[in-house]
Design a protein around this ligand. Structure first.
Ligand code: MTE
Length: 344
């Protein structure tokens, strides 16, 4: 993965962003250091819909400049990024793709509907309460979160639905926040919770899901340097559809682990039960490692469609991050074939 420390935004986003959006971003940024299915399918809930349901999304290949949709005009990228590809040489997805093709069931189960529905979601003021098995519980305000040194991380995001993108995130290692609250020796897992804002999130009225959205990591997974809390992308603060003002990004696991708009983080001693484990335990497990050898019960995970490309590419074990994370799963008692669904 590409890791680069950044200190500022080099292209004024006012040049490429509607003024209203620009101004609300600026409000959010004030004082910041980064100056940063439910579809019932035969009665079974799906983390994200089936792969066949994916609509086409246009994208410009930044390396070649070619567009995959005839006549599609891609806007310039907001903010500056340090590279146009990931470390494997694959081009970044466009800002347009990343901010208009979203899974965020609190707003909608339709990917294209999320951005317009989330447009006015209030992301400030915001607090993240961190507690549980820690010596120094703390409630972090936005200023506290932005005070962590913000870095650019170019990661692949692989959705369990078998599509993927390359995204230039901005954020900081989750370990830095956890170290600040000092987990006790009894802490074994980290539990994350999304805001449940009934006024602004139309999807949470759906009885199909056990809201709020909850996810979890083992503590050693959470301390791995690849796990970040993201506050932005493409050098700009996150937009609501991507989980503003703060979301988790765990690039070696399926995208549903990367929980958005976090308001609560608890250190706990037992494995948290996520929204997806509760909703469809036969399909979604705790570990959810990207693993081309373990199919979803309803579709193959061997290949994926990179948004903006035609055809399919092979899915990489751990989404291509084996060198950094495989050690976490060395325990011979741990069966990685169980890691994707129904994981222990
Ligand atoms: N977080 C919350 N709170 N609600 C969601 O519906 N969807 C997940 C994940 N985080 C989701 C969520 C899924 S299925 C994916 S693939 C990613 O967010 C998508 O992130 P993106 O829209 O920023 O690409």
């Amino acid at each position: 993965m590409l890791i680069k420390k950044r200190t500022g935004i080099e292209i004024p986003s006012s040049e490429i962003t509607p003024q209203s959006v620009y101004l609300s971003r600026r409000q959010f940024m004030r004082g910041a250091a980064l100056s940063t299915a439910a579809i019932a399918a035969g009665g079974v809930l799906a983390a994200c819909s089936s792969p066949e349901a994916e609509p086409g999304v246009s994208s410009t290949n930044l390396a070649t400049g070619s567009s995959t949709e005839v006549g599609a005009v891609q806007t310039a990228m907001p903010g500056a990024v340090s590279a146009t590809t990931d470390e494997l040489g694959d081009p970044l997805n466009s800002f347009e793709d990343i901010t208009n093709y979203n899974n965020y069931y609190e707003f909608s189960t339709s990917k294209e509907a999320v951005a317009p529905l989330a447009k006015d979601f209030p992301t400030a003021p915001w607090q993240v309460e961190v507690g549980g098995l820690v010596n120094k519980p703390k409630t972090f305000g936005l200023e506290d979160l932005m005070a962590f040194e913000q870095e650019e991380r170019i990661y692949r995001l692989r959705c369990v639905e078998a599509w993927s993108m390359v995204i230039p995130w901005v954020g900081f290692p989750l370990s830095k926040l956890l170290n600040e609250v000092e987990p006790t020796s009894a802490a074994k897992f980290v539990r994350f919770e999304t805001i449940e804002d009934r006024e602004h999130m139309p999807g949470v009225k759906s009885p199909l899901f056990p809201w709020p959205y909850v996810e979890g990591l083992r503590l050693d997974e959470a301390m791995n340097d690849l796990a970040i809390l993201s506050t932005g992308l493409y050098g700009e603060p996150l937009l609501p559809q991507n989980g503003a003002p703060i979301r988790l990004v765990v690039p070696w696991k399926y995208g549903f682990k990367s929980i958005k708009s976090i308001v609560k983080i608890d250190l706990v001693d037992t494995m948290p039960e996520s929204l997806w484990m509760k909703s469809a335990p036969n399909e979604y497990g705790f570990y959810a490692l990207v693993n081309p050898n373990v199919d979803h019960p309803r579709w193959s995970q061997a290949t994926e469609r990179r948004i903006g490309e035609f055809g399919r590419r092979e899915t990489l074990m751990f989404n291509g991050y084996a060198d950094q994370v495989a050690y976490l799963y060395d325990d011979p008692n741990y069966d990685t074939t169980q890691a994707t669904r129904g994981g222990k």
